[in-house]
Design a protein around this ligand. Structure first.
Ligand SMILES: [Zn+2]
Length: 309
């Protein structure tokens, strides 16, 4: 069984909204090979901007109750990641993330407080523009990072937090890549060369991300993978993994399922416990055992070990 590390899910938000896609059965996930899951606190649009921080705190509370309370081990630093890499951790590792920099409320003191609450990754924007940068759905002005956004990047570098550019405008992507001292992550984005969608990264972006020691987690959302959404299965996910690996390098690529953040899943990939079928398809295509291990989980763990303090 391959060890799986997944850079993005919205399971916490789905639960608080009274809906569910995945089971949030941590034992089932762990038995399916998942050793690390990034859990995003997704700030739903209806809470923005005034209630963003409150919504974020409600989700952090839910993470504590539903994930840590159910037996997951919080991943807070490099040593926690290395323990998982060495195979010494017997429970699911859970990394707390925030999807939507609105939660920082324009104040680095709030960013530092979120860090103290355990947040180790922040997706700077969702699709809308905020006080950090423009998102992909709101990039008419063609702007990148704001001055405050640059301060956020510097402070996240200092604290040892992963800076996530999924959902960020193209100009914002290049700004972050230029000023960040640490490698950056696109936690749940796929390849623009295979599916021309704003949420996907083009080859120049993939190449630059890989060169800088970053990570891209391929998103499972059928609409990001193919024009023929209804027919998307495991093979489409693997097509994007292969393309990203060719362009960004084998060490820069992995999974960013977006479970519970997507309206439909690929056929055969309905839950975190189903991820092994990706490794099986990679093996059918002749990938080496080492490269499969890297893409299934080790790359994300290695990336986090480079970024966290
Ligand atoms: Zn997202």
């Amino acid at each position: 069984m391959w060890r799986v590390a997944d850079a993005h899910c919205d399971t916490i938000s789905k639960r608080l909204m009274g809906q569910r896609q995945s089971t949030l059965d941590l034992k089932e996930w762990f038995d399916g090979g998942v050793v690390l899951q990034v859990f995003a606190c997704f700030i739903e649009p209806q809470f923005k901007p005034e209630l963003s921080l409150k919504r974020c705190l409600q989700q952090i509370d839910a993470f504590e109750r539903l994930v840590v309370g159910a037996g997951a081990t919080p991943v807070l630093g490099r040593e926690d990641v290395l323990r998982i890499l060495r195979g010494e951790e017997r429970r699911l590792g859970a990394l707390l993330a925030v999807e939507g920099g609105e939660a920082i409320s324009g104040d680095l003191a709030v960013l530092r407080a979120l860090y103290r609450l355990g947040v180790r990754l922040i997706t700077l924007t969702w699709n809308q523009r905020n006080d950090i940068a423009e998102g992909v759905g709101d990039d008419r002005a063609g702007g990148g990072l704001s001055s405050f956004g640059a301060e956020v990047v510097h402070e996240m570098n200092r604290l040892g937090m992963a800076i996530d550019v999924s959902h960020l405008s193209e100009a914002g992507f290049w700004d972050v890549l230029e000023i960040s001292k640490a490698p950056i992550i696109a936690s749940h984005s796929s390849c623009r060369a295979l599916r021309d969608h704003k949420r996907n990264l083009d080859d120049d972006q993939l190449k630059a991300l890989g060169k800088a020691g970053g990570y891209v987690g391929i998103n499972f959302y059928p609409a990001f993978l193919s024009k023929e959404e209804e027919e998307v299965g495991v093979r489409a996910v693997v097509d994007h993994l292969e393309h990203a690996a060719e362009v960004a390098g084998f060490a820069a690529v992995g999974l960013g399922s977006d479970f519970d953040g997507i309206e439909r899943t690929p056929i055969g990939l309905e839950a975190p416990s189903r991820m092994q079928c990706i490794g099986e398809e990679l093996a059918r295509r002749g990938w080496s055992e080492e490269n499969i291990r890297m893409v299934m989980g080790e790359n994300l763990l290695a990336y986090l070990s480079r970024v966290l303090n």
